[in-house]
Ligand binder design. Structure first.
Ligand code: AMP
Length: 191
């Protein structure tokens, strides 16, 4: 099994790269952000509950996303590996993920961290707002808040896996193809 956490701040390109990785390496792409947006569009109870937090750029509660991931791991029990995109975002989520995988005799292979400069993140998020119309990409205050939440709550996840010797930094600057080239080289050496 190849279980990769694709990690990085908002705008690092996780979703774009995860889709390519899933296709080329036959992995299941699990994005908690995509799952929550889909619930929001369906106006489900979960979606309505998550909307307010998402629109402010804050995190939805750990239990909510952990439950979603647990369900997805069951749905894809025969998979040859997973890419976790946008999850885990807190150390509590990381510990829960490790437990979920351990219960399935599995574990995280590595956390791949996309490293991107702040100015570049902001300009990527602003152009995504125009292309995809995501409400949380629209104004600079929400973007800044998401970067702050990332620095305060999510970055510790990197140290958590680094402490376990499961850390692969990737230069996230450049074109989509250049970045993907670096990711796929790293993946080949892991698989
Ligand atoms: P993303 O598409 O990964 O940028 O996620 C969009 C928004 O969904 C985030 O700003 C959070 O409000 C929420 N979200 C996504 N994944 C998580 C997670 N693992 N934990 C908490 N909130 C999340």
């Amino acid at each position: 099994m190849l279980n990769i956490i694709l990690f990085g701040p908002p705008g690092a390109g996780k979703g774009t790269q995860a889709k390519k990785m899933a296709e080329d390496f036959n992995l299941v792409h699990l994005s908690t952000g995509d799952m929550l947006r889909s619930e929001m569009h369906q106006e489900s109870e979960l979606g309505l509950f998550a909307r307010e937090k998402m629109e402010k750029g804050e995190l939805v509660p750990d239990e909510t996303v952990i439950k979603m991931i647990d369900k997805k791991l069951d749905e894809h029990a025969g998979a040859t590996g997973f890419i976790f995109d946008g999850f885990p975002r807190t150390t509590a989520q990381a510990e829960a993920l490790d437990n979920l995988l351990e219960g399935r005799n599995d574990d995280i292979t590595t956390l791949m961290a996309l490293e991107v400069e702040k100015n570049e993140l902001i300009s990527r998020l602003q152009s995504r707002a125009e292309q995809e119309g995501r409400s949380d990409d629209k104004d600079i205050a929400t973007i800044e808040n998401r970067i702050k939440v990332y620095n305060e709550n999510t970055k510790p996840v990197m140290d958590y896996y680094r402490g376990k010797g499961k850390y692969t930094p990737i230069d996230g600057m450049g074109s989509i193809e250049e970045i993907y080239g670096r990711i796929s080289e790293a993946l080949k050496s892991l698989s």
